[in-house]
Design a binder for this molecule. Sequence first.
Ligand code: ZN
Length: 391
Amino acid sequence: MTFRVTPVITESTRNLGKSTLYFFLTIAAIKASHSLYRCIRSLTMSSSSSSTSNSTADASTLRRNRILSSKLYFDVPLSKVPLIYSKAYDISFLGMEKLHPFDSSKWGRICRFLIVDGVLDKNSIIEPLEASKDDLLVVHTESYLSSLKSSANVAMIIEVPPVALLPNCLVQQKVLYPFRKQVGGTVLAAKLAKERGWAINVGGGFHHCCSERGGGFCAYADISLCIHYAFNRLDISKVMIIDLDAHQGNGHERDFSNDRRVHILDMYNPEIYPFDHEARRYIDQKVEVVSGTTTDEYLVKLDEALVVAGKMFDPELVVFNAGTDILDGDPLGRLKISPDGITSRDEKVFRFAREKNASLVMLTSGGYMKSSARVIADSIANLSKQTLINF
Ligand SMILES: [Zn+2]
């Protein structure tokens, strides 16, 4: 007897088969869609990350090309000393400069004191070029530079409200052109410092300005520009900013917030402008000196900070922001440092750079009293006497 096995396919088994088929088809479809999603996602992510890294590389190439084609670095004959100044630094027009507590012709007065005292020969001073728009774009954004075409914006940055009422061409010529000359001086100073060991720009030190924002009398970020030029043209990769102006240097702090090539030592009064708490996070060595700090207290803190700085970092270039608004009687700095204290301070920083075998750029930065020019000239004369610089 044989049995023929007749497949008995009932309605329910047919339905079960269909369901199983749908189940597997659905799973397969989900798997396929997940794979497709992962594939598309990874393609999108790789294209977005490559476009980000491409744009970073493009920005870096553009910056480098701008620096390489700049005219701000030029050869200076050895008959000149690395002290940089131009008559164009001094700001004066219609008496408006008197509305700001800043002595806006202090730069020329420093040089006159040095010449009259026989420390400096007038003909040995180096005149810098004006920073062009392309030079400024090395650090600044197009939109920030465009904002300076508004006199109202410039008035806010330099804190002289009546400037808002002037035609912008006048503001450019009488305020921004002098600043651009000083920027050219700060940039050139690094080249000269590399060649001669030191350089002084009798101006500059606009430490409140960063790539996209000015303020506190600072319209251009000359310190950031100087350092980017040094990175690209001087084969320098380690820079220390020693900012001893009374105010916090929030501009360069923001510009180099995540740049480990730059070590920032900032000694400032936390009770005065700019109260930039975000930028304070980017200071490598923060030394706060409260209102009323005396010369002795100040110099002890500086000595300690320089010892720590020397252990933390080996700079090839030191950018010394030597503001004199720490002077006793300065209404904005509110510290009580004597003129001799300024001389000692400057000498300590120059000795530090020499011990570290680093080139040094000094900028005069803030200093808001008529007496500042005399104090700076005396300090430079002392540096010469101590053979820390040679004229
Ligand atoms: Zn200051």
